[in-house]
Design a binder for this molecule. Structure first.
Ligand SMILES: C[S@@+](CC[C@H](N)C(=O)[O-])C[C@H]1O[C@@H](n2cnc3c(N)ncnc32)[C@H](O)[C@@H]1O
Length: 288
């Protein structure tokens, strides 16, 4: 397992999302339990239910939250099925919910194909019970489908060139590791600047494998329905595709007042201490 996950915008979440009167907080992406442990510590009257579709994440969260026994319930599940997952433990409503989107540091460093240098199987699943892997996408999607994924989910204007290079390489032999994939992309397009040329391709394939954008649409729709009146929904996103969906769903819902007209961003000290925070945006809305 890789490095520990540092939660982003901790104080901002605690101050803009949760109030001292809240009884039930849903952490839709409990991950390493960073946000949850902070909130449980700060608000003694708060109970929480934490969801994650990654069993490794839940094991870390369980350990991190063991000091709050009796106030914590952890469930393996996908927040896209929020209503069903919470319904399975007879929860029909709650005071507040946080979605801290994307993946954790320990998933990135866990040899699961999320990282350019991973010499292990090209997996990228957050939930290892689901059938589709990054290997399947890279080795079995046709040219048009690959190009579409890289264009739409990576917003990479070089998608055609990258898809062509993948098609050519896999004719010789299957592309089996993340390192092989990043090397192919690196060869296909020139390196400009400090960002690895395969960054957008990896983001695109990860989104496709985990159905990330559909998960957000479905999970947020359930959250908007289920949260109590005056309860709050907070979403931390890490790229524009996610943020656009959140912004639009908040704006379009007649059930919500948007609290953050502009998203809350981390300050410079946080970015210096945790570079992953650089692209984080927190949006908060309150149920009418
Ligand atoms: C950025 S991390 C959360 C970190 C957490 N807030 C903390 O402080 O440790 C995102 C987590 O959400 C999980 N995740 C992503 N999409 C999910 C989904 N649709 N349903 C459930 N869990 C999901 C990932 O497995 C990962 O553990």
């Amino acid at each position: 397992m890789g490095a520990a996950h540092v939660p982003v915008l901790l104080e901002e979440v605690a101050n803009s999302l949760v109030s001292g009167n809240d009884k039930l907080f849903i952490d839709a992406t409990v991950g390493g339990g960073g946000h949850s442990s902070y909130l449980l510590g700060k608000y003694p009257g708060l109970n929480m239910i934490g969801l994650d579709m990654d069993d490794d994440a839940l094991a870390i969260a369980r350990d991190r939250l063991k000091g709050f026994e009796g106030r914590v319930m952890l469930i393996r599940g996908n927040f896209k099925d929020l209503r069903e997952v919470l319904g399975s433990v007879d929860v029909l409503s709650f005071d507040t919910i946080l979605f801290d989107l994307g993946f954790s540091t320990f998933q990135m460093g866990g040899g699961r194909g999320f990282s350019f240098n991973d010499d292990t199987f090209l997996d990228m699943r957050m939930d290892d019970r689901q059938p589709l892997t990054a290997y399947d996408v890279v080795n079995s999607y046709g040219y048009e489908a690959l190009k579409k994924v890289i264009t739409e989910y990576g917003e990479d204007y070089r998608a055609a060139r990258i898809a062509r290079a993948i098609m050519e390489e896999r004719r010789k032999r299957p592309i089996s590791t993340a390192k092989e994939l990043s090397t192919i992309v690196l060869k296909a397009i020139k390196k400009t600047g400090r960002v690895h040329p395969a960054t957008k391709t990896f983001q695109a394939i990860r989104i496709e494998v985990n159905g990330e954008l559909d998960n957000i649409r479905s999970g947020l729709a359930d959250a908007i329905d289920m949260v109590h009146s005056t309860g709050r929904i907070g979403v931390i996103s890490f790229h524009s595709l996610e943020d656009r969906i959140v912004k639009e769903m908040f704006r379009m819902s007649s059930l919500l007042n948007v609290i953050t007209k502009k998203p809350i961003r981390p300050g410079r000290p946080e970015i210096l201490a945790n570079p992953r925070a650089r692209s984080a945006k927190l949006r908060v809305a309150e149920k009418k």
